[in-house]
Design a protein around this ligand. Structure first.
Ligand code: PA5
Length: 463
C-alpha cells in the first residue's frame, strides 16, 4: 500500500544544525544503536514478550458481532475507563468519526461518550444527555481494580437498575478486563456479564488495537479490519532491520539523540482537527513509557522526554511564539495530511480588499497546509528542529498505521534509553495512595504512613 504510506521527514532536524539539531554524522554515527534497538525489540517479540505487537493479526469477529448487537439495541454507548483504557478510544473516534460525530443529524450508530475522570459533574452530568434505559456501558480496566473506573461502574450500574429493573440490567454492560484475574473478571464469572479480554502482555497504553479500543470503534461504525490492516502495514515497515528504512527507528533515534543534547520536550502538533486526540493519546504513551527513575540495571537515571500536545493551526495563535523564540529545548513533530476528505473551497468576495482577495478561490485544505508550512519555515529560520509525519489522508488504514508506528517508536526509544517502557511504577504509586486515603482494605499501613508524613509537614504554607 505505498500510496497509503505515512512518510517521516526529518530534514529540518538536520537543518537546525549541530547546536540545536543534529548533524548527519551524529545521526549516521548512531546507526548501530538504532539497529540494535530494533533487533532487541523484535527478539523480545519473538520470545513471546510484547504481545501488543501481534494485535494487528488478532481475530476480531467476536468484537464485530458484539458491536452489531449493541448498535442495534442502544442509542448511546459509554466507555468507562481511564488512561490507556480511554485515550485510544477517544483518539480513534475523533480521527475516524470526526469531531461532530455525536451531533450529526443523520447517524445510524450510537453516540459515544468516554468518561475518563472522577469529576462528579462530568459523571452525573452525563445523565442529562443519555437515558440509562437506552445506553450500553463498556467498563474497561485491565487490572480490574482502578478506582476511577470502578466508581463510575458502581454509579451507572445503579442508574441502569433503576431504569430497567433488576432482571435485565446486566445486558447494558460489557466488561473489558484481564482474561484471567482481577476483581472485574471475578464479577464476570460470578454474575455472567458479557466481557472481552485485554490480552495478557498488552499494557494499557499499548492496547488501543485490542478489544479495549476496538469495541467502541466498531460500535460507532469504524472499519476495525482496516485499522488493523494499517497496523499490520506499519509492522512491516517497523520490523525492518535497516534503521534508515524504518520510520519508527528514525523517529526514536532523532528524539533520543536530541534528548541527549538537552532537547527534552517533544511537541506533537497535528494540523488536522481530527488528529487532535491522537496527540493526547501519544502524550500518555510517550510520558508513561519513557519517564523513568531507574534504568534496566537499577541505576537512578531520572530520564524522560516531556510530550506536549498542540493543534495546528489553533495553537499557532497560542504556543508557537514560545516554540519559535523561547528556549532551545523542543522538537516539534508535525502531522500533516495531504488530502482531506473535503476541501472546503472558499468563495471570492470583497476582492477589492487584499485581506480577502488572496483567500478566495483557495480551500481550507490549502490554507491549513500552508499554515503548517508557514510555521515550519518560521521554525527553520529560528534554528528550531522539527520533523513531520505526512499522512496521505485520514482513514482507518492510515490511522492504524500511525498508532502502531508510534507504539513501536516508543518501544525503540525505551531500548535506546535503556529503561523499561512497559511498566508505570509512578502511576501505581498514586493509585496505591488513593486506595489508602479512601480506606481500601489491605492498605492500612500505607494510610498510616501518609498520615504520619502529613503530621510532620508544616502546613503553614497554604496562602
Ligand atoms: O497505560 C497504562 O498502563 C495505564 O495508563 C492504565 O491504562 C491506567 O492506569 C488504567 O489502568 P486499568 O486499565 O488497569 O484500569
Amino acid at each position: 500500500m505505498p500510496e497509503q504510506r505515512i512518510r517521516l521527514d526529518i530534514n529540518n532536524v538536520l537543518r537546525a544544525g549541530a547546536q540545536h539539531g543534529l548533524t548527519e554524522d551524529e545521526l549516521t554515527g548512531a546507526e548501530k544503536q538504532a539497529r540494535q534497538a530494533v533487533q532487541a525489540i523484535q527478539q523480545r517479540r519473538a520470545s513471546g514478550d510484547l504481545r501488543w505487537m501481534e494485535l494487528p493479526y488478532a481475530d476480531v469477529s467476536e468484537i464485530e458481532h458484539m458491536a452489531a448487537d449493541l448498535r442495534h439495541r442502544f442509542d448511546d454507548f459509554v466507555v468507562l475507563g481511564i488512561g490507556g483504557s480511554a485515550l485510544g478510544n477517544i483518539a480513534v473516534n475523533t480521527a475516524l468519526n470526526g469531531p461532530f460525530y455525536n451531533l450529526r443529524r443523520e447517524r445510524t450508530t450510537p453516540r459515544l461518550f468516554v468518561l475518563d475522570n472522577s469529576d462528579p459533574e462530568f459523571n452525573v452530568g452525563l445523565l442529562d444527555v443519555v437515558d440509562p434505559a437506552r445506553t450500553a456501558f463498556n467498563v474497561i480496566t485491565k487490572s480490574g481494580s482502578t478506582g476511577e473506573t470502578l466508581s463510575a461502574f458502581l454509579f451507572f450500574r445503579e442508574r441502569v437498575i433503576q431504569a430497567v429493573g433488576p432482571e435485565n440490567w446486566r445486558d447494558h454492560f460489557v466488561l473489558t478486563t484481564d482474561p484471567a484475574s482481577g476483581p472485574l473478571r471475578e464479577l464476570v464469572r460470578r454474575e455472567g456479564f458479557r466481557s472481552l479480554p485485554v490480552p495478557q502482555g498488552v499494557g494499557g497504553r499499548y492496547s488501543v488495537l485490542s478489544p479495549v479500543g476496538l469495541l467502541s470503534a466498531a460500535v460507532t461504525g469504524v472499519d476495525i479490519r482496516q485499522l488493523l490492516a494499517g497496523a499490520a502495514y506499519a509492522d512491516e515497515l517497523t520490523r525492518q532491520a535497516d534503521p534508515w528504512r524504518n520510520p519508527a527507528a528514525v523517529g526514536a533515534l532523532v528524539q533520543v539523540l536530541l534528548y541527549r543534547k538537552g532537547i527534552h520536550i517533544v511537541v506533537m502538533m497535528p494540523y488536522a482537527q481530527r488528529l487532535k486526540d491522537v496527540a493526547d493519546w501519544f502524550a500518555q504513551l510517550w510520558a508513561e513509557s519513557l519517564g523513568k527513575r531507574v534504568n534496566r540495571q537499577g541505576e537512578t537515571v531520572y530520564v524522560g522526554p516531556t510530550p506536549v500536545k498542540a493543534l495546528g493551526a489553533t495553537d499557532q495563535h497560542s504556543q508557537v511564539q514560545l516554540y519559535t523564540e523561547g528556549p532551545f529545548d523542543k522538537l516539534v513533530d508535525f502531522i500533516r495530511v495531504e488530502r482531506f476528505a473535503v476541501e472546503g473551497r472558499l468563495p471570492q468576495a470583497y476582492t477589492e480588499m487584499s485581506a480577502f482577495a488572496y483567500l478566495g478561490g483557495h480551500s481550507f485544505a490549502e490554507l491549513i497546509n500552508a499554515e503548517q508550512e508557514g510555521t515550519a519555515v518560521a521554525l527553520t529560520e529560528a534554528g528550531r528542529p522539527h520533523m513531520t509525519h505526512v499522512l496521505p489522508e485520514i482513514n482507518a488504514f492510515t490511522l492504524g498505521q500511525l498508532l502502531y508506528l508510534l507504539e513501536v517508536q516508543t518501544a525503540i526509544a525505551g531500548e535506546l534509553f535503556d529503561i523499561d517502557a512497559f511498566d508505570q511504577p509512578g502511576v501505581e504509586a498514586g493509585k496505591v495512595a488513593t486506595y489508602a486515603l479512601l480506606g481500601r482494605a489491605g492498605y492500612e499501613g500505607r494510610r498510616a504512613e501518609i498520615a504520619r508524613a502529613r503530621e510532620q509537614h508544616d502546613e503553614h504554607w497554604v496562602i
